[in-house]
Design a protein around this ligand. Structure first.
Ligand SMILES: [Zn+2]
Length: 280
């Protein structure tokens, strides 16, 4: 397994500490690419049964892990909305600004308070004003071109991200590592409070003309990856996984596995959260 990864994703070669989130995205990308090429290119070499199988695996992979995000830019001059739909493997959630540079301001009690997942999801999907008049609105410029040859009209705009299509397994990456300086990533060590049940509806586009989220909006916590240590290039990853058949949590630490309480899971310094869609 390790050698296959080294072969396919050269950036992860060697025994250096790597980022779990970057690795998961790269891995899923590669699996998808492999299955895609098997399904389309080498038709003669691959027997039909195997091709069918890769197609099925690809479909499973896509419905389980692949979601879509809607990026909506609203022109503030004409109120026209421009929509772009993009695929995602996970949502990278930033910490609200007051949690940044935590070490420099240690001693301030405001920073001791824990952040909540809800706060981070709200920040991810909040309406954000683009700085200055930088947006070339299609709608504003369409009308203008008919009458004049003046340069493009730039207007002020705001942008919002919303979930367009929900994956069955929703992965939330808490951006604990932020660039500070050119070659240094510092870690935000603040605790993030999260619940075992997540209602994702407030962060989805649900208006008319948008897709119906068939599986529903209720998600149950199924795994948590945590990062131990202070820096990006060091530390250690362990994972908490929920055993659905047994109904208990397990802490996986390299070769060691231990049953643990849900309280322990919720008190960890989470780095990646996995939520699974509740079946209707
Ligand atoms: Zn406009």
């Amino acid at each position: 397994m390790l050698h296959s990864v080294w072969n396919l994703i050269p950036a992860f070669r060697g025994y250096d500490q790597q980022d779990a989130q970057e690795f998961l995205c790269e891995l899923l990308d590669k699996v998808q690419q492999e299955l895609d090429t098997e399904g389309s290119k080498r038709r003669i070499v691959i027997p039909i049964t195997k091709r069918k199988l890769s197609k099925q695996v690809l479909k499973v992979l896509n419905t389980i892990f692949h979601g879509q995000l809607l990026s909506q830019v609203t022109c503030l001059s004409c109120k026209h909305k421009s929509n772009t739909v993009e695929p995602f493997w996970d949502l990278s959630l930033e910490f609200p600004e007051r949690y940044h540079s935590i070490d420099k301001s240690s001693g301030s009690t405001a920073y001791q308070r824990s952040c909540t997942l809800i706060e981070m999801l709200s920040k991810f999907t909040e309406m954000e004003a683009l700085e200055g008049s930088i947006y070339a609105c299609n709608h504003c410029n369409k009308r203008r071109r008919k009458t004049s040859h003046k340069p493009l009209v730039l207007s002020e705009a705001c942008k919002q991200l919303l979930i367009y299509r929900l994956p069955q397994v929703l992965r939330l990456h808490l951006k604990r590592f932020r660039w500070s300086g050119r070659n240094h990533r510092e870690k935000i060590g603040v605790h993030v409070a999260f619940d075992q049940v997540l209602n994702i509806k407030p962060y989805c586009c649900t208006g008319s003309g948008h897709p119906v989220h068939r599986g529903g909006y209720t998600y149950d916590l199924s795994a948590v990856v945590m990062h131990h240590g202070k820096g990006f290039g060091s530390g250690h990853y362990t994972a908490y996984c929920y055993n659905t058949e047994g109904g208990f949590w397990v802490h996986c630490n390299d070769s060691e596995m231990k049953v643990c309480s849900v309280e322990e899971v919720c008190n960890t310094q989470a780095y990646i959260l996995f939520y699974t869609q509740r079946s209707a």
